[in-house]
Design a protein around this ligand. Structure first.
Ligand SMILES: Nc1ncnc2c1ncn2[C@@H]1O[C@H](COP(=O)(O)OP(=O)(O)OP(=O)(O)O)[C@@H](O)[C@H]1O
Ligand SMILES: [Mg+2]
Length: 434
């Protein structure tokens, strides 16, 4: 038998050693609101009032879900520790273990793994295919034993083909369901969802991986509070405005690690006898980008009669054409970054990619773009935030070789959807969820 809202609330208030007045003051609510709730009169408080009460009463996540349920006249979710808990409500006790398989052995990245061991919230950024997800998943598997209440993994589709980034409200709903909050108890407004998410996580040691974030707006409502949880975000964009989240930029691999990755993926027997300088040149043609190195190795494996030298000749001719295997393609990966740019940024990217040498300064960029130095710097910073341009030294910019080739080959064709108006871009981050 479910206790009515009034009795439940009174019980929790007494447990917290508060009078009705003290509770009202602590929650920033009118005392009449508290009296009304405790008297059990039919009344539908706003979700925000319920959350304020829950906070003042120091309810844990499941108690909070119960409070939301009883004030809405919905079935009460099971409590952890309820001795008679049975049936589907026991989902509240399921420990989520959502990490993808950690199949490939990670090459290199020892420094980055050491950093990930020590920080409670981190965002890994880097260019397409640089190994952000692989690193996050590896680190998460290593850290998992320290987070016995579960490991959550959400693909936010910040850069996915024919798919808009996941709306934060939708991501919160999914996370809450995974955490055991029944669908009908998930609040309608995004702020209430975020508040409930933080409360549910407050007393659970949980590891959260948010993969492929589009931007800060998408991540902000998904940040847990407190130090119980650990957060790893990956994004192709530098997310610099998230309080308490350390940012870690992931570069391409060291040449020696790229050769090790190529050898492992191609199979040692295919590589044996190949001069080191040929192997080094193959990975150099791949720009030491893990995605490219893996595709090159897959190409070699798929053609048993090719030698590594033959692969190198093909890579020298037209690397981007060569770096496609099955559903993996460097061009396709970079296309997705290009798609996220504004019209002005797309133009700058194409011009800089086709007309600059290895590295260039702001003045050269301004001349090519026929604009002021200030405007050129702004565009370069934006492209650098998207990891399409790299600031190699203060004021000196460079494009990764494969990126430069992509930029000079990219044309405005039907394969790119039109640029979204600025107001369309991720308004989901601030709007109410569906
Ligand atoms: N250090 C590494 N050792 C072995 N394999 C790696 C390493 N880094 C990346 N890879 C492999 O390279 C490929 C691309 O890596 P991953 O998908 O992690 O890149 P990403 O940066 O997340 O790309 P995107 O920006 O598209 O999300 C994957 O097949 C991954 O397993
Ligand atoms: Mg990824």
């Amino acid at each position: 038998m479910e206790p009515p809202a009034g009795a439940l609330l009174r019980g929790w208030r007494k447990r917290a050693l508060l009078t009705q007045e003290q509770l009202a003051e602590r929650a920033g609510l009118n005392v009449r609101t508290v009296r009304r709730l405790e008297s059990g009169k039919p009344w539908q408080p706003r979700t925000r009032s319920i959350l304020l009460l829950a906070e003042a009463l120091e309810l844990d996540g499941e108690e909070q879900a119960t409070l939301v349920a009883v004030t809405r006249g919905l079935p009460v979710p099971a409590h952890r520790g309820d001795p008679e808990e049975t049936g589907p409500s026991s989902v509240a006790r399921t420990v989520p273990r959502q990490l993808p398989a950690d199949a490939a052995t990670l090459v290199g990245r020892r420094r980055e793994l050491a950093i990930l061991e020590t920080v409670t919230a981190v965002s890994i950024d880097g260019m397409a295919g640089t190994g952000k997800t692989a690193l996050a998943v590896r680190a998460a598997h290593r850290l998992a034993p320290r987070y016995p209440d579960g490991q959550l993994f959400v693909n936010l589709h910040g850069h996915a083909r024919s798919m808009a980034p996941v709306e934060p409200g939708e991501a919160l709903a999914r996370l809450l369901r995974t955490l055991g909050v029944p669908g009908e108890h998930i609040p309608r407004h995004i702020d209430d969802r975020a508040a409930l998410y933080r409360s549910v996580l407050a007393d659970r040691k949980t590891l959260i991986v948010l993969d492929d974030a589009a931007d800060e707006q998408q991540i902000l409502p998904l940040l847990p509070a407190g130090s119980n949880c650990r957060l790893i975000v990956t994004s192709r964009r530098r997310l610099t405005c998230l309080d308490g989240v350390r940012s870690l930029s992931l570069e391409t691999l060291l040449p020696v690690d790229a050769v090790a990755l190529f050898t492992r993926m191609a199979g040692r027997e295919r590589v044996t006898g190949t001069p080191v300088n040929v192997l080094t040149e193959v990975v150099r043609r791949c720009g030491s980008l893990p995605l490219a190195v893996r595709i090159a190795a897959a190409r070699l494996r798929a053609h048993p009669i090719w030698s590594v030298r033959h692969l190198l000749d093909r890579l020298t001719d037209d690397p981007l054409a060569e770096l496609e295997a099955g559903r993996h393609s460097v061009t396709a990966a970079l296309d997705l970054s290009y798609e996220r740019l504004s019209a002005e940024q797309r133009h700058a990217y194409r011009v800089l990619g086709s007309r600059t040498g290895t590295d260039f300064g702001v003045d050269a960029a301004a001349a090519l773009l026929n604009t002021t130095a200030r405007q050129a710097r702004r565009l370069l910073d934006q492209l650098a935030d998207a990891h399409l341009v790299r600031e190699a030294a203060p004021g000196r910019y460079r494009l990764h070789d494969l990126v430069r080739r992509h930029a000079s080959a990219v044309h405005v064709t039907s394969r790119f959807p039109p640029v979204r108006a600025a107001s369309d871009t991720m308004t989901a981050g601030t709007s109410s969820p569906r």
